[in-house]
Every structure is written in structure tokens, then in C-alpha cells.
Design a protein around this ligand. Sequence first.
Ligand code: G1P
Ligand code: ZN
Length: 544
Amino acid sequence: MDIRPVATKPFAGQKPGTSGLRKKVDVFQQPHYLANFVQSIVNSLPRDQRDCLVVGGDGRYFNAEATQIILQVLVGNGIKQVLVGAGGLLSTPAVSHLIRKSNANGGIVLSASHNPGGPGKDFGIKFNNASGSPAPEAVTQAIYQNTQSISQYLAADLPPVDLAVGEEYRFAETTIKVVDSVDDYAQLMQSLFDFDKISEAIQSTRLSLCFDGMHAVTGPYATRIFKDLLGLPDRALKNCVALADFGGGHPDPNRVYARELYDFMMTDEAPELGAASDGDGDRNMILGRKAFVSPSDSLALIAQHHQSIPQFKSGLVGVARSMPTSTALDRVAQHLNVSCYETPTGWKFFGNLLDEGLVRLCGEESFGTSGDHVREKDGVWTVLCWLSILADLQRPVSELLRQHWTAFGRSYYCRHDYEGLEADKAQTIMDQLVRNRGSILGRMVNGMTVSDVNVFSYEDPVDGSVAHNQGVRVQFDDQSRVVYRLSGTGTDAATLRVYLEQIERDATNQGADAIEYNDVLGEFANHIAQIREVSGLSQPSVKT
Ligand code: G1P
Ligand code: ZN
């Protein structure tokens, strides 16, 4: 077997966004494109940090071919050990766990998360560091710099590597081990939750679940954990066969794309808990019977009821949320007397806080929650948190929500996405907002007055790094907010995200639908940012 240097040229635009490098799959299929990026990852690793890397992906179209290319480059570079998930499959939280468990120097995740997969659809790659966390900006920047000056990569002429569980190969300096995709992760979950207690509640029919795997990577994890270990019946699992094109669907667990589950959960026949997970298993949607739990509320309720979750019995210490996520978590944190951090969008910003033990629970409004057991958001873990809460408190989800709102006020929350914008127009909208600050201050809507307009910057309390320009916040006198930011995960045109949060403290007025409740504020948000004037769009394309 030969290892040879392959001459190559930089590709423009290999710049990681909110969560790694995402492009249309045919971009990744160009000769050298992926190998260049992987070589750039290796180049960014100091020589003494090339002992062990984990590789796994969400199984989408091109996952198998990409895994072979990555192995060729990693062997070419003499990485001592590579742990790869069987069939090239590992959920994103499972990669994070495997990196931590095996003391690896990092890992490569192949995923475009909730974006559709298949020919003409999306693909992605990202690097996670030794703590299992998506690489921080300094590292992604170094990788990007490398991609812009690369002239060769090293590749081994490997035969096709059969990724059957338990196989072990030795090529040149490298050992490749194929690990079961689910085993380690399932064991971790068993160590964090009281499976007997949940299972007992299920057997006595006090607790039931419907889980939608959206034909994505979580299918095998859900089958092992919910069915084999917790004893839920087959009918509790929907779409749990992982497919390369996610069954033609959009593997994003929200009310739009997991519509069937949502509709079922709104009927009298619904189980106690409904849940769905995304393409790579890090996102989740939580529903009760006739109750939608917004991701921000899910995060706040997990914090509120953390004593029902064995992992958090010793206390939360601190919690964190991304800036656009609703402030429901802040109010619970204040009540619990623990610190609450506000970070920029993207899981990588939680890494240092978790590593330092400053926080134990984090979340984002974009259907992401997780704890200090991994350094990624974790869909199945979130479902286990909810199963634990329900098994312990024996109250329906709808009642827990009502109790929470009565005690802490309700953050009526939703997000308006304006998709398909030309990049310069999207930027103009953001720039104008800041420029027009003076005329926006003092304006009124729904009895609230704009009290501040500011641009969010974040200084990491651990390493002092500063992330500028992380979105514009329009704040009202009663702590309600509108937040504007541009998406960093798209593969096409720009997407403007407008996040709407209105806080309703009057318990008699907390039962409305959040999307309808926020419509007037959404109009106002469009108006003050002149979205219609600049882009021609009078309505968002998606409301979640
Ligand atoms: C989106 C979400 C963000 C999440 C990211 C990766 O990023 O908004 O919260 O961390 O996907 O799942 P965006 O497209 O907004 O940059
Ligand atoms: Zn994801």
C-alpha cells in the first residue's frame, strides 16, 4: 500500500459556519474537495495531537464514500488510531462521547444536521476537539486558513475498507477500529438515568411515548434505548429506519417537518410524550398530549425539574442559553440561584463553560438541549430527561407547562425565517437596523416600548476570546425582545432569522398559540427592519 502526496489547489469558500462546513453534496463530490479539508484539519493539529481521531456521520447520501476518503487521508498522515462507527454511522452526540471516552484528540463528524440529504441536497463536515466539542473559532479559522493555501495532501491507496462492527485494520502507521455505533452511547445513557424507574412507569402504563426518528441516524439509538432497554412497544417508534435521503423528507424536528407526529400528539389518543430527532441526532422536539413544548420552554422546564433527573441531582451549578433563546431559563436560574450565561448561537460557545464546570445544562431555541455528559446537543438524552421528569412527577406535560408559566411567566416565543434572500440585501437589513437605532428607540407595539437596540458581542469568560456581531437585539421595557441574525448554516442564499419573544405574566392570558400571539410583533419586526422594502418579502417563509 502506497502513501503519496497528491498535488491540489485551494477551493474558495471552505469556511466553516455556525456548525462546520456545509455545501451541496456535488460540491463535496468534486475531486480533492473533501481531502483538502481533511488535510487542513490534520495540519491544524499539533504533531503530538495526532494519536487518535474518531470518524462518524449521519449516514446521509455520500457518507460512505466520504468516510473512505477520510480514512485514506488519515492513514496518509500517519494518525495512529482511527475509531470509526460501523457503516460510517455515529450520531453527533455519540461522536462527542466516543472522543471523550477514548481520550481521542478529536473527531470528524459528517453531517448537514437537519438539512435534506440525497443527490443535489446537502452535505457537511466538522471537526470536534479533544473535549468532544465543536472546534472553537480559533481552530475553525486555522483550518480555513489552511484550506486557502493548501498545495498537497497525503493519501494512502487503501482498498475499500469494510466498516463492519468489530473489524480492526492495520495500514502503515495506522490502526482502524470499527466500533458499534450505539453501544457506548447507550451505556452512557444508562449511567445517567434511572432506566428501572422509567421502565416501571412504562410497564404500569403511566408513561407512554411516540418517537419519530425522521428516517435519520437516531433510528438505531432509539430502537436500542426506548425499545430494547426501556421496553416501549414497536408502535412507539416511527420512521426509525435510517435512510440516506431521510425518506425524501426534511429531517428537522419541528411542527412543520414532523407534522404527522405533531398532529397525532394533538389528539386524545396521543401518548404522554411525543418526540422527534433530526438528521444527526442532536436536535429534538418535545410534545405532550395536546401540548407543544417550545425548545426554550423545554430547556427551562428541565432546569426547573432537574431534581427528577439523576444526572443533575447534585445541582446545576450554572446553565447557559444562546442569545436568541427565550429568557424563560434566566427566570428559573434566578429562582434556583444558579448563574445563567448568554452565548452566541452555535453549540461551540458552550464548550468552555462546560469544560470549566461553570454550567451543566445548555440549550438553544433551535430545538437543541444537552448537559455536561457530552459537548454536543443531544436529542435522545433530552427525551430521556423528559421521560425521567414524567416518571417522577406523574403529571401530564400540559400541566407542567401551565405550572411553569404561572410561576415564572410565559415567554411566548417563535421564530420567523426569511429564506432565499440575496446576501447583500440581508446584510443591508442588518446594517440599517443599527443605523436607524435612534428612530426605532421609543416605538411602541402591543403596549410595549422599545428601550434599547444593540449588537450582541460575547466575551468568553474562560479564554477571553471575543465574538463580535452576533445579532441585533431590539429590547422592550418589559424584557420582551426581537432578535435579528443571519443564518450561518445555509448552503444557498442568505436566511434572515427574526426571533420574537413576548413575556406574558398574567396567568389568565397564557393559553394562546405562540405563533398567532406573536404575529403583530412579527409585523412590527418586519416594519422596523424594513425587510419588505429591501427584500420585497412581506411575510416570512417559515414560522416555527
Ligand atoms: C442553526 C441554529 C443554531 C444551531 C445550528 C446548528 O444555525 O440557529 O442554533 O446551533 O443551526 O444546528 P443558523 O443557521 O441559525 O446559523
Ligand atoms: Zn443536527
